[in-house]
Design a protein around this ligand. Structure first.
Ligand code: ARG
Length: 461
């Protein structure tokens, strides 16, 4: 027995093939609590408009409470014949209140304004949940930066040794990106903070319902300014898919580094046993599966975004059934991040950095050559020449198996008369790092300042 929400003008019921195609209840059932909250708000606004008597409202709310409890207990469930969550819950209400009262709730609302509102409610709740899981990750990275404040490492460009940096500076670079992801989530929420209730199917309602009071009732600060846009727009979903995909991409960049750092060749980090996996055949293996899954799942998050964008492209206004396809991609992005982030945070929080190894490699690959050039600039040499001279030092050292700091006074003078022995003062990792002391630089004072800023940022979230 089904309670289709349409049928008056049909002589035949839907074919089995159509029913199967049309059904969304297997994925939109998770919206049931939001649908019921929407129904309560709608019942109140019908009452306000004089379309439900006091006792009818009381019985309606009581029926919705019972329905909600039965849904939560699993004693009321949707069947395959229920097209979607809205139909299933209306059946539940009719079963509890009878058709005379139960049948009054649909006045002045459509599944089109319902789904557009519930989608926003669900995404806003989970956007906040993801924001808080993300804050845990930021916290873990800031904690690692703090615990390794004076550790130097090779900074890279093109994956080649470039200049030494503080490990904390490198870790905080990732925190900066995650802080922007968190900010994007908050900013997105501000735009999604609009209820579509009152838009009806597309044109609004003739029943004198107050969309603003429903909006407030459901935790929105505003109702839609245009009923066509309210029911037909899905940029709130697409933008959510972008914000979560961007977060996935940022996760994948840190993930890739952890994978590289964890190779025998790098040996920069040890993964905690609880956050790594073994091999079914090679007993010695300890694999960075969490980082690899983060890298892999970022592809899936991007797919959810592009799939949804493709669905929306060129859709005429107002509602089209294509829009039913908006839910699975964003639900999948939510489910993906809600399991990925806690595992990723655990992996980061328990990473052990191999300080000696990182510091041994920090000056390798002639990563102090820029320091020679900048020292010469401070002595008045034009940078073009200074760059040439520092390059000549590398050219001198490389075939002889020397490091820059091995050069004797005579060898320095032979390379260029401007290279006095004092240049050796900048040829240390710490000297190099300390010297980059403008705002945003890797000098310890600046990294400490940055750490404090990022901590403050985490407090206001
Ligand atoms: N399940 C539908 C969706 O997700 C709800 C809206 C249905 N509206 C309609 N006119 N058939 O989009």
């Amino acid at each position: 027995e089904t309670t289709r929400l349409w049928g008056g003008r049909f002589s035949d019921g839907p074919s089995e093939a159509l029913t199967k195609l049309s059904a969304s209840v297997h994925f939109d059932w998770r919206l049931a609590p939001y649908d019921i909250a929407g129904s309560r708000a709608h019942a109140r606004v019908l009452h306000k408009a004089g379309l439900l008597a006091d006792d009818e409202l009381a019985r309606m709310l009581e029926g919705l409470d019972r329905l909600e409890a039965d849904v939560a207990a699993g004693t009321f469930t949707a069947t395959v014949a229920d097209e979607d969550v809205h139909t299933a819950l209306e059946r539940g209400l009719l079963e509890r209140l009878g058709p005379d009262l139960g049948g009054k709730l649909r006045a002045g609302r459509s599944r089109n304004d319902q789904i557009a509102t519930l989608g926003r409610m669900y995404l806003r709740d989970h956007g906040r949940a993801i924001g808080s899981l993300l804050a845990d990750l930021q916290e873990a990275l800031v904690g690692q930066a703090e615990a390794n404040l004076d550790v130097a490492m090779p900074g890279r460009t093109h994956l080649q040794h470039a200049q030494p940096v503080l490990l904390a500076h490198h870790l905080l670079a990732h925190v900066q990106a995650f802080a922007r992801d968190a900010d994007r989530l908050r900013d997105w929420d501000r735009r999604a903070d609009v209820s579509a209730y009152g838009s009806g199917a597309l044109a609004g309602s003739s029943l004198g319902l107050d969309p603003e009071s429903v909006a407030r009732d459901l935790g929105f600060s505003a109702s839609a300014g245009n009923s066509i846009d309210g029911t037909a727009s899905r940029d709130f979903a697409a933008e959510f898919a972008f914000v979560t995909a961007m977060l996935g991409v940022n996760l994948s960049r840190l993930a890739e580094e952890i994978i590289i750092w964890n190779t025998k060749e790098f040996s920069f980090v040890d993964l905690h046993d609880a956050y790594s996996t073994g091999s079914s055949i090679m007993p010695q293996k300890k694999n960075p599966d969490i980082a690899e899954l983060a890298r892999g799942k970022s592809g899936r998050l991007i797919g959810n975004l592009t799939g949804l964008m493709a669905t929306l492209k060129a859709l005429p206004l107002a509602y089209n059934r294509d829009l039913q396809e908006d839910k699975e991609p964003v639900f999948d992005s939510i489910d993906t991040l809600e399991v990925l982030l806690p595992a990723f945070t655990g992996m980061v929080a328990t990473l052990r950095f191999r300080r000696e190894r990182m510091e041994e490699l920090a000056p390798a690959g002639f990563s102090l050559a820029t320091d020679i050039a900048e020292w010469l600039v401070k002595q008045g040499t034009p940078f073009r020449i200074a760059h040439e001279v520092a390059g000549a030092c590398v050219k001198y050292c490389e075939p002889r198996g020397l490091e820059l700091w091995d050069l004797t006074d005579a060898q320095l003078a032979e390379i260029s008369p401007e290279l006095t022995p004092e240049v050796r003062g900048v040829l240390t990792v710490l000297g190099s790092i300390r010297s980059r002391d403008g705002r945003g630089g890797t000098a310890p004072v600046r990294v400490a300042e940055q750490l404090a800023e990022l901590r403050d940022d985490l407090k206001v979230q």
